[in-house]
Design a binder for this molecule. Structure first.
Ligand SMILES: [Zn+2]
Length: 160
């Protein structure tokens, strides 16, 4: 089940996708028509089924063919997994503006995400620094995934 929270801006529609993208998810219907650009926040997309992946690719390819400018913000870990495994999941990688970076606290084992801009990731050479844990307030939290895999899209971005 996917909820789409929409906000119309001057030249763009901003949508926040919340939930799962599955066989019966109709992105075109849920997002609807809009003038100008589309900004997609997928921070709260927790799962995509294999059908969902196909729906996603078809929907965004359709937008690209119509020349719609799309910007992806706060791509969730689920979305980033697809980006690293499926080469055309987000066809134009430069449309990714920011991603959710998963953290794990070394002390309380609390998990949280931090949204980091792609520009910043390039500057950091994909080495995201440790953060103090917002959950226990005392622990140090570190990136909780495989950097080479999670940030592999950066290499594709720079070599193009
Ligand atoms: Zn903690």
């Amino acid at each position: 089940m996917l909820n789409v929270i929409k906000e119309f801006r001057k030249n763009a529609l901003e949508v926040r996708l919340v939930g799962t993208i599955e066989e019966d998810t109709d992105l075109a219907q849920l997002i609807g028509d809009f003038p100008g650009e589309l900004h997609v926040n997928s921070k709260e997309v927790s799962r995509l089924s294999s059908h969902g992946v196909r729906h996603w690719i078809r929907y965004f390819r359709g937008l690209q063919e119509r020349g719609v400018h799309v910007k992806h913000v706060a791509c969730s870990s689920t979305i980033m997994q697809q980006v690293s495994f499926i080469s055309n999941f987000i066809e134009d990688l430069s449309s990714i503006e920011s991603v959710c970076v998963p953290y794990l606290c070394q002390r309380c084992r609390g998990q949280f995400v931090s949204v980091v801009k792609v520009k910043q990731l390039i500057k950091l050479k994909a080495q995201v620094p440790p953060m103090s844990c917002p959950k226990c307030g005392v622990g140090t939290a570190r990136f909780d995934d495989i950097e080479l895999e999670y940030f592999s899209f950066l290499n594709k971005l720079q070599t193009r």
